[in-house]
Write a protein that binds this ligand. Sequence first.
Ligand SMILES: *[C@@H]1O[C@H](CO)[C@@H](O)[C@H](O)[C@H]1NC(C)=O
Ligand SMILES: *[C@@H]1O[C@H](CO)[C@@H](O)[C@H](O)[C@H]1NC(C)=O
Ligand SMILES: *[C@@H]1O[C@H](CO)[C@@H](O)[C@H](O)[C@H]1NC(C)=O
Ligand SMILES: *[C@@H]1O[C@H](CO)[C@@H](O)[C@H](O)[C@H]1NC(C)=O
Ligand SMILES: *[C@@H]1O[C@H](CO)[C@@H](O)[C@H](O)[C@H]1NC(C)=O
Ligand SMILES: *[C@@H]1O[C@H](CO)[C@@H](O)[C@H](O)[C@H]1NC(C)=O
Ligand SMILES: *[C@@H]1O[C@H](CO)[C@@H](O)[C@H](O)[C@H]1NC(C)=O
Ligand SMILES: *[C@@H]1O[C@H](CO)[C@@H](O)[C@H](O)[C@H]1NC(C)=O
Length: 797
Amino acid sequence: MSDQWRRLFLLLKILTIFIIFSISPSITTQTQTQTPHPEFPCKPPHHSSYTFCNTSLPISTRAQSLVSLLTLPQKIQQLCNNATSIPSLGIPAFEWWSESLHGIASNGPGVSFNGLIPSATSFPQVLLTAASFNRTLWFSIGSAIAVEARAMYNVGQAGLTFWAPNINIFRDPRWGRGQETPGEDPMVASAYAVEFVRGFQGENWRGGGNRRDGFGGKRVLKGDDGELMLSACCKHFTAYDLENWGNFSRYSFNAEVSEQDLEDTYQPPFRSCIQEGKASCLMCSYNQVNGVPSCARRDLFQKARIDWGFKGYIASDCDAVATIYEYQGYVKAPEDAVALVLKAGMDINCGTYLLRNTQQAIEQGKVQEEDIDRALFNLFSVQLRLRLFDGDPAKGLFGKLGPKDVCTKKHRTLALEAARQGIVLLKNDKKFLPLNKNCVASLAIIGPAANGTSRLGGGYTGVPCNPKSLFKGLQKYIQKTSYAAGCFDIPCSSDDGFHEAVQVAREADFVIVVAGLDLSQETEDLDRVSLFLPGKQMALISAVAMASKRPLVLVLTGGGPLDVSFAKEDPRIASILWIGYPGETGGKALAEVIFGEFNPGGRLPMTWYPESFTSVPMNDMSMRADPSLGYPGRTYRFYTGDMVYGFGHGLSYTNYTYKFISVPNKLSLLGSIKASFSNKTQWKRERLDYIHIDEVASCEELKFYAQISVMNNGDMDGSHVIMLFSRVPAMFRGAPQKQLIGFTRVHTVSYKAAETSILIDPCKHLSIVNESGTRLLPLGNHILMLEGLEHSFSIVI
Ligand SMILES: *[C@@H]1O[C@H](CO)[C@@H](O)[C@H](O)[C@H]1NC(C)=O
Ligand SMILES: *[C@@H]1O[C@H](CO)[C@@H](O)[C@H](O)[C@H]1NC(C)=O
Ligand SMILES: *[C@@H]1O[C@H](CO)[C@@H](O)[C@H](O)[C@H]1NC(C)=O
Ligand SMILES: *[C@@H]1O[C@H](CO)[C@@H](O)[C@H](O)[C@H]1NC(C)=O
Ligand SMILES: *[C@@H]1O[C@H](CO)[C@@H](O)[C@H](O)[C@H]1NC(C)=O
Ligand SMILES: *[C@@H]1O[C@H](CO)[C@@H](O)[C@H](O)[C@H]1NC(C)=O
Ligand SMILES: *[C@@H]1O[C@H](CO)[C@@H](O)[C@H](O)[C@H]1NC(C)=O
Ligand SMILES: *[C@@H]1O[C@H](CO)[C@@H](O)[C@H](O)[C@H]1NC(C)=O
């Protein structure tokens, strides 16, 4: 362990400790000191006359001008997250690192809760919000977080550039950060990325949109120069989803990924995040991809910029340049690591490695000043798009946002709405739920996670506004509610508390047990090794189930899938609810679901595998099953083994039946093939069963709607998620077993049908990727599937 590596390790340790501390509610009691408005560049009268301050000029001209005014040492000092001030030009320091995964988080030096704003709305962890399958909700959360972030920026408590969303595919159930992501499906992760980023970067504030009251459409974000309310970052680019397993660690893991998996699983969320979401930042990950550190994958960066139209800056994950030399030994000297990433197109390093090593790299001729100029151009362009150089931010479009705009009723209701919509009803024997509160004489709540608020947010939580425990939420409905922890903590290594729990359960009319995970089991730098409930939790549940008068309700917390087969099969456990990390209003949402004020409609955004899955090597990145090796494949698209609960599973208090109202039976590509490929005689001789996406003249023209009706066959209204899957013609090897091609959440009224349409883009949704990573559209019979209903749809030439 070199000295530097030890330092790095120390930093990571500190960060981890910081994360743990930041979720503790005790942090809220801090002295409130008045924080001044942040300093800003181009301040009149002395610093406003530079070309880079001239708002009539294009962003590129201004950025170029600023770069040209800096000396080499000044330039180098801009290459770290804590960019140094440039007093001669009136430019203050700039902190690039703030976090906002599901609300403003304390991770990252850009955010402070010590000031006029002591807390911010804590939305549910992303995986639960994803389970709502509601795009409007995802967008609204991005927008709401952006308002709070701008408000905090205005009082000097946050930056303008945030490193969210985390859109890596939740590939392995053991991954400690799966909770931060929208789940295992590339299409869902893509859709989430697009909505979050658009909301967060200020789409609401652009001309024509439904702008916020009080700003009367006078000054709105201009689209032409790509103006931004805030900057969002698609992370972690790419194929990152392992913290530590066996001898593998994220800092040195070489993810060996096939072109096929890269193209149809790992990259789609990033592509959408950039192409449609127009994110202004991309973060490269610690791991290597096929032997090359992610931050040195020039080819992938180029593809993002040229093919996907990425305009923004590329940041390294924290110390991900240092790891290339110090941990991966990929290069012979620190200067080589610096040269490698700058030449590849990375623009800024989280950490101080570039700060410390770039000068020598230049002196050794490994890096040229032009490389740094390019990086600075990208960095300054984003700052300019954020209007950082447009004068006093207090007079700008967002200048009025302040403490009154944080923790608002509207935002906290949105957080509640996200938890309500995301909660998944996994099991409900004989309609045990909902409970009628008038018929519940007394209630017992068992489990260490039920009392207390520190576990509600999951990873990347800040200081919540007004968190209420699950116990408090339930107690509001039933006055006579008793509590026993059963286990002292989530690891639950002792059964000393079982006796009390059994006693409390025995005396109650109804019993709810809260079990599952917290950050002691799954988090950054920590993957799980088992999918079973931690420690003696299962024994606790069984003991309580034996003692209680009636079957009990099991509530599961956490992000990672759990093997709860025992509970699924046990008739003494009537109902199971998954509540993820439900955020500060989770207690209320849970109670509303249990007592039937909200009809649950969330669906699992990832497969719940049995414990036997832990024999699959976590470092094996391949998605597709390989029976000859006993490899079962991953995610609902390819996994061939048994499941505890499948992707998309989720019950409701009513049941639903579907109809395809109108879907074409046939799509003819005749006339849609590019002239250069249109010699049909030649084409037919070569192959008959597919065409290249590149050969399609206009994918736009091939789009069609599937019109669907859904009937609510129960006596409760409900908002219901419709998921449309497809299966390609059988002869295509390596094709997914099925693939989600559309989803929508609709409101349904009791005993009434609702209609909806799902737009299908055959090039995107009905295509598959072959082993070389080429996207092909199979000809022949595609099957469209809606929970048990199938519609055959043929594509012909
Ligand atoms: C800003 O740029 C415009 C366009 O080049 C120019 O006409 C104007 O004089 C400039 N303003 C200042 C203050 O330099
Ligand atoms: C950021 O850099 C400035 C000097 O440029 C220094 O004073 C400050 O302590 C640094 N902040 C952190 C969090 O490292
Ligand atoms: C870890 O490394 C040791 C020693 O090289 C080896 O024996 C062991 O099998 C490795 N474990 C895994 C899970 O790869
Ligand atoms: C919940 O925890 C708090 C603080 O640890 C404790 O004071 C309180 O009594 C507990 N509530 C119940 C119902 O046990
Ligand atoms: C199409 O290709 C076939 C086989 O290569 C060739 O014989 C034929 O002349 C071509 N037709 C045209 C119109 O180019
Ligand atoms: C659907 O719900 C209705 C009303 O609760 C019930 O009568 C019916 O049996 C249910 N159907 C199915 C298939 O579960
Ligand atoms: C989707 O979420 C939005 C925002 O919370 C909500 O207003 C809407 O009712 C939701 N749609 C459905 C069908 O639940
Ligand atoms: C994938 O398709 C492309 C285009 O048809 C082809 O060149 C390539 O050989 C195919 N790869 C495999 C493994 O079939």
